[in-house]
Design a protein around this ligand. Structure first.
Ligand code: ADP
Ligand code: ASP
Ligand code: MG
Length: 404
């Protein structure tokens, strides 16, 4: 069988762990399987590279950022290939570009356009374990790109699809997908299975166990995968298409995103076209906006309103610059930014057929004296923006209320 395995940052965090990964890979190979192994940068490396860049330039040029960040994964592929070679297992490393991963030119969050894994196939057929750098690709013009934070998950899922792999395994530092982050809520329970849609909502709500774009890709190309631990042999969580019985559970999981910031434009003229101008400018700068709230307008002569929206924290500086550039054309009184927010979400396909879910969440938050700042809902998700200082307490209370 052809198996694609992915090992995250903690799993390759030091030489000992890299050797453990190599031992696991060798075991699968001895059983007669072909293996493609995607690795992340060693834990902490990507963060320190970003910090380094910011010491040189507060808003680093994105082209060079990608050249810099890609070095993290390039280190790990070489070390992992060496560890296997040292054990007598033939192994070769490949960068994303060498593995045939072609992306669009949106630096730091490029999308995969196509994969031509001819060389991967050739190296596999010659008897090698192929170690591929996660998180990176190249544009058709040959520029290095990266796939957004957590993007090694996407490399693995996309390669599994392109190679038509029989099995795709995502190895990480927890036993699988839990009802919520087991590091924050000790009563979190491991799930045996979860649907693409639920994991997609949980991931985009901040559960960093899988990169949300990788789950989207898996759903589109019907890649069934397993999330499991690189530290033991416990069975993990199977991620697949929704089945009928999944609807019996109202809430599958709770997620907290501490990586969002809120921007508020105060006293914006309440006229047609204003919101379009603001969000078009943000979109043109490739900034992803998540929640948007517009207040009831105030004033009698010239009516104005406040518009708030959330962005990923690392994009706050860029978003502010874009908004400041609109002062003359849009005309608002001031811009406020708040980084001390948390977005708490509950997710479950069962919400479609059960009522009162949002009310129960709001009641739980009220009991904890947590004020709700913004609300958004989808068919299978309710999200609220709350004070960061109370976010983990709120997360535990909401988890207990719905999941015990
Ligand atoms: P990797 O480096 O292997 O990609 P990540 O740190 O990106 O690992 O993701 C794994 C982490 O995700 C876990 O250590 C855990 O703290 C966190 N996490 C958040 N929500 C969940 C959840 N619902 N289930 C499991 N882990 C979660
Ligand atoms: N090294 C990258 C990151 O830290 C990609 C990944 O780990 O998946 O975001
Ligand atoms: Mg990750």
């Amino acid at each position: 069988m052809l198996i694609v395995q992915k090992y995250g940052g903690t799993s390759v965090g030091n030489p000992e762990r890299i050797k453990n990964v190599a031992a696991r890979v060798a075991r699968f190979r001895q059983e007669g399987h072909q293996l493609v192994v995607v690795v992340s940068a060693m834990s902490g490396v990507t963060d320190s590279l970003i910090k380094l860049a910011k010491e040189i330039m507060p808003l680093p040029t994105e082209r060079e950022m990608d050249v810099l960040l890609a070095t993290g994964e390039q280190t790990t592929i070489a070390l992992t290939a060496m560890a296997l070679t040292a054990m007598g297992v033939p192994a070769v490393s490949m960068t994303g570009a060498q593995a045939g991963i072609v992306t669009d030119p949106v630096h730091t969050k490029a999308k995969i356009k196509n994969i031509t894994p001819k060389k991967v196939h050739a190296l596999l057929d010659a008897g090698n374990v192929v170690i591929v750098a996660g998180f990176q690709g190249e544009t058709p013009d040959g520029l290095i790109t990266t796939l957004g934070r957590g993007g090694s998950d996407l490399t693995a899922i996309a390669l599994a699809a392109a190679l038509k792999a029989d099995i795709c395994q995502i190895y990480t530092d927890v036993d699988g997908v839990y009802t919520t982050d087991p590091r924050i809520v000790p009563t979190a329970k491991k799930l045996d299975e979860i649907s693409y849609d639920e994991l997609l909502e949980l991931a985009s709500a901040g559960a960093k166990v899988m990169q949300s774009r990788s789950v989207e890709f898996a759903k589109k190309f019907k890649v069934i995968f397993e999330v499991r631990s690189s530290m033991n042999d416990n069975p993990g969580t199977i991620v697949k298409e929704e089945t009928k019985s999944m609807e019996d559970v109202v809430i599958r999981g709770v997620a907290l995103d501490k990586n969002q910031a809120k921007v508020t434009l105060v006293a914006v003229p309440d006229q047609p076209g204003v919101a379009a101008r603001i969000f078009k400018a943000l979109a043109d700068a490739t900034i992803n906006v998540d929640m948007i709230v517009q207040n009831v307008s105030h004033g009698t002569q010239t009516r104005t309103t406040d518009i708030s929206f959330t962005v990923d924290k690392p994009e706050l500086l860029k978003a502010r610059k874009v908004i400041e550039g609109l002062q003359a054309t849009v005309g608002y009184r001031e811009v406020l930014a708040d980084e001390k927010i948390g977005k708490l979400s509950i997710v479950g396909v069962g919400m479609r057929s059960h009522s009162g879910v949002a009310a129960k969440m709001f009641e739980t938050l009220a009991r904890e004296s947590v004020n709700i700042d913004m609300i958004s809902t989808s068919e299978i998700k309710v999200s609220v923006v709350i004070d960061l200082a109370k976010a983990e307490q709120a997360m535990r209370a909401v988890h207990t209320a719905f999941l015990g």
